[in-house]
Design a protein around this ligand. Structure first.
Ligand SMILES: [Zn+2]
Length: 495
């Protein structure tokens, strides 16, 4: 054979191998899906929030261990973070998993609001599905590795506390992604699409004011109210809003407003989230919020301390990985929902205000608008949304952003809920525990597994994704949103 024939032969062999493997993966996931649906329902039942996902992390890590993965628990000084590895050598392909629920959103698997009385929290962002699709994909790819069809290192990253704890940002800070070549990620949603948009960077901090207590009626002049400081800081921040960039956001809650109105509160606390299009912009705005806090302390003769809770970066896109995901979504899609699932979606759709999805996604261009218009009367959309590269920043944040700054990473979404289902809602909890969510999860597992196999078998694809990553990063160094010395905010759950 001359060199060109050899090259052709090799290319055909690789293509056939990949094709064979992806078909094999599809069958394997279909044959084994009952087991993974059961695992997902188990995580749904645990419904554990930020940093206390002890049962969930243990359960998932245990399943991977049973399958021959080597598990390292408690990474990045977080008891519920873990890494499971299989194989050795290059390339190192990572699949990210999450498993944290949201507080106070307990809900049964029915299309109307019904709290499970024995449970407080609920999987209102579908992270039971997110974590288990990744686990399912890893075990499917491992089967192919075991047969000697693929070589390299496969890793499952067990990432806790996505909902406000920034587990991944701490894992990045601990250097746990430094040797990874490609990271793959997905998220449940109400459409099958590539996540091409940007997210907001943020910083999350507590402002704790200290004053002096006194009898609120007898000698208030001796008191210095920490609550006054909290309130004045909030007022100052609300004036600041007019003079900040339009794509920034500030939100707060009062976490401690004192004990009783007849006592001048010596202690009071607020919890702030400052968001912006980049970490740099967040820092600029945060410094101004800090000045407002100083002003409030000066006015009330109180002092304050700042306690860092979490921080997240905006998302760096990787169009090379996005194109691989797109090919796989088309290969394994669309999702076929059955009559019962359509009925459930129709019912649940009646429980939330008619969301104009076009308002949110219309910015992606005419093809997406047309796609959504044609399906505006459908409760469930199983088709694949047209692909559109976008640099638009959507109002929300994720710690996946931090991983995207240190390793080439992309995400896709699959339909796990009726169109327009509000995020972080009881409706998401309900759908993530039944057929609709399960189908989206199994579909996601196939896309993840088959994409991972492409990166294992096509070194040029890894090279291309890495070159693209380097180009984005060249003049943009990664600034960790975690201040030096800050630890994961576990204290809040210790009592
Ligand atoms: Zn989420």
């Amino acid at each position: 054979m001359d060199n060109y024939s050899k090259f052709l032969h090799f290319t055909i062999f690789l293509n056939e191998k990949t094709r064979f493997l992806s078909m094999d993966i599809n069958n394997w996931i279909e044959e084994n899906k009952a087991k993974y649906i059961e695992i997902s329902d188990k995580i749904w039942d645990f419904s554990e929030i930020n940093f206390i996902e002890f049962q969930s992390a243990q359960f998932l890590a245990g399943k991977l261990e049973e399958e021959g993965f080597t598990v390292e628990r408690g990474v990045a000084e977080i008891p519920t973070a873990f890494i499971a590895s299989y194989g050795s050598g290059d390339p190192i392909i990572a699949i990210l998993g999450e498993y944290d629920a949201l507080p106070g959103l307990s809900q049964d698997k029915v299309p109307y609001k019904k709290k499970i009385e024995t449970r407080e929290h609920g999987h209102a962002c579908g992270h039971n599905l997110l974590g288990v699709a990744g686990l399912n994909a890893c075990i499917a790819v491992k089967e192919a590795m075991k047969r000697g069809e693929i070589s390299g290192t496969l890793r499952y990253y067990g990432c806790p506390a996505e909902e406000g704890g920034a587990g991944k940002t701490f894992m990045v800070k601990a250097g746990l992604f430094n040797d990874v070549d490609i990271a793959l990620c997905w998220h449940p949603d109400s459409f099958n699409a590539i996540w091409t948009m940007n997210c907001m960077a943020n910083t999350m901090v507590y402002f704790k004011f200290h004053g002096r207590t006194a009898h609120a009626a007898a000698d208030p002049y001796n008191g210095r109210s920490a609550l006054d400081a909290v309130e004045l800081m909030n007022v100052g921040t609300n004036y600041l809003r007019e003079h900040m960039i339009p794509d920034a956001r500030i939100h707060y809650i009062i976490t401690n407003g004192g004990q009783a109105p007849n006592i001048v509160p010596a202690e009071a606390e607020s919890y702030y989230i400052v968001r912006g299009p980049t970490t740099e912009k967040v820092h600029e705005l945060y410094k101004r919020v800090l000045k407002v806090a100083e002003g409030a302390a000066l006015m009330t003769e109180t002092t304050f301390e700042v306690k860092f809770a979490a921080g997240m970066s905006n998302l760096l896109p990787n169009r090379t990985i996005e194109r691989v995901f797109l090919k796989k979504l088309k290969e394994f899609g669309p999702i076929e929902f059955n009559a019962e699932e359509h009925k459930f979606a129709e019912e649940i759709k009646k429980t939330f205000p008619k969301a104009d999805v076009l308002d949110l996604l219309g910015i992606l261009g005419p093809e997406v608008v047309e796609f959504l218009k044609q399906r505006k009367d459908q409760a469930l959309i199983g088709d694949i949304m047209p692909y559109k590269e976008s640099s638009i920043t959507i109002p929300g944040s994720t710690d996946v952003g931090d991983v995207s700054w240190v390793v080439p990473l992309s995400q896709f979404t699959t339909t796990c809920a009726a169109m327009g289902t509000p995020g972080h809602s009881w409706q998401t909890v309900a759908q993530g525990g039944m057929g609709i969510g399960h189908k989206g999860m199994i579909f996601a597992a196939k896309v993840l597994a088959s994409s991972a196999i492409d990166f294992f078998t096509k070194p040029n694809l890894v090279k291309e994704a890495k070159e693209e990553f380097q180009k984005h990063r060249k003049d943009n160094p990664y600034i960790s949103p975690i201040p030096e010395g800050a630890k994961p905010f576990l204290e809040q759950y210790k009592n």
